[in-house]
Design a binder for this molecule. Structure first.
Ligand SMILES: *Cc1c(COP(=O)(O)O)cnc(C)c1O
Length: 396
């Protein structure tokens, strides 16, 4: 085992965060107290949303959105196969059906042209091109919602996505778990749908250890989600009265206190990530067989979550990853498309070739070490190792 010379990712924690967590530890309130409220207020202030509901993870936040949207058994939800597994899992939790739409080759986000076609076909209720529905476990009908993902910190095409949602009367849920602070035409990611979610796992732009937050302007949905995160206790319910089937999706006060300080530092953290991305770009933009993540013209701010390069087809991505690992440079293939995960194949009958663009990006994408605490020398080291490993990873 070679020890890593650079970490794959890293939280960015200062004395202020440590202090804030210590302050909670000397109180008696470790859950659902004023720290959670203050954290939610900070998120509202930043995002401009009327409500913020802090939860135990991005996944639990997305699940609450699915419940609040009334998505249930057999309902169809248009979404992307090129994402982290959680964005589809939350649909399966309710026995709903993800209807995958292939992605745009440049951004890796849901392709609006295909999305419009699929929505149109399904809305007509007529015969649907077979490949647009899973081979099993689904029947054609009008979809209920769109679940869009802002992949790698780049917003989806919300001019198109919001227009399609409106035309077909679909709820739009925005998975911005990778995109806190990103902007589409100057407007914040997470704010295009009826509900949006940010996540705070340690590799995200800010962290609470584990955690997430739902943002929405819909007061009814917000009350419902607050109830569900807290074992289904509706406003006015006593501790042992549960109006709804709920969950324990609460965030701890320790996490909220940490998140509050991280939110205050968000501007600094995003700027540092931009700097690291710029160092990578400088060194890699002219490297043969390496393609950098394209940014759409409407991405007025990229919120760098990971730094993913795309390798030319003649480079063996996995061989390259192996060589880099031996040199102490960790990397990750990003993403393995959701429709080809074992349980998805089993349940819905997907096959290789169903979503060729997502699969192609999935085969060629490699995430390099990335975080706001990375220094230029580390970027330098990664890039030098990468350049010397590429010729050794060519398919013969
Ligand atoms: C990180 C992430 C989530 C949520 O992850 P948690 O680990 O549950 O906080 C959801 N969707 C996407 C696309 C993500 O990257």
């Amino acid at each position: 085992m070679t020890t890593n010379r650079v970490p794959m990712s890293s939280p960015d924690i200062t004395e202020a965060e440590r202090q804030a967590v210590m302050e909670v530890l000397v109180t008696t309130v470790l859950s659902m107290g004023e720290k959670t409220q203050a954290f939610e207020e900070a998120v509202c202030k930043f995002s401009g949303s009327a409500h913020a509901i802090a939860v135990s993870s991005g996944t639990s936040g997305l699940h609450l959105c699915v419940r609040a949207a009334g998505i249930g058994a057999g309902d169809l939800v248009l979404t992307t196969p090129f994402s982290f597994i959680a964005s589809s899992n939350v649909l399966l939790y309710e026995n709903a059906v993800p209807v995958f739409v292939d992605v745009d080759m440049d951004t890796g986000n849901i392709d609006p042209t295909r999305l419009a076609q699929v929505a149109e076909q399904l809305a007509k209720g007529g015969k649907v091109a077979e490949t647009w529905l899973p081979r099993k476990g689904a029947s054609a009908k009008k979809p209920k919602a769109i679940l869009a993902v802002d992949v790698f910190g780049q917003p989806a095409d919300y001019d198109a996505v919001t227009a399609i949602a409106k035309e077909h009367d679909l709820v739009l849920i925005e998975d911005s778990c990778e995109a806190l602070g990103a902007e589409f035409k100057g407007k914040l990611a997470g704010r295009f749908g009826q509900m949006g979610v940010y996540a705070f796992y340690p590799n995200k732009q800010i962290t609470t250890g584990e955690g997430g937050v739902v943002v929405t302007d819909d007061s009814v949905a917000a009350d419902f989600m607050r109830a569900l995160r807290n074992q289904g206790r509706a406003p006015g319910d006593s501790w042992l009265r549960h109006t709804h089937l709920g969950y324990n999706y609460r965030l701890t006060e320790l996490s909220a206190a940490l998140g509050r300080v991280q939110m205050e530092r968000l501007g600094e953290l995003l700027t540092k990530r931009e700097q690291v991305a710029a160092w990578y770009k400088q060194r890699l933009q002219d490297v043969n067989l390496v393609e950098l993540q394209p940014l759409a013209a409407n991405t007025t701010r990229m919120s760098w979550f990971v730094y993913v390069i795309r390798l030319a087809p003649q480079v063996s991505r996995d061989r390259l990853a192996q060589l880099l690992a031996e040199a102490g440079i960790p990397t990750r293939p990003y993403f393995a498309p959701i429709h080809l995960q074992p349980f998805m194949i089993e349940r819905f009958g997907y096959r290789t070739g169903d979503f060729p663009i997502a699969e192609d990006l999935g085969r060629r994408g490699l995430a390099l070490p990335f975080s706001s605490v990375m220094i230029e020398d580390q970027v330098d080291l990664v890039c030098r190792q990468l350049q010397s490993a590429i010729p050794k990873a060519l398919d013969k």
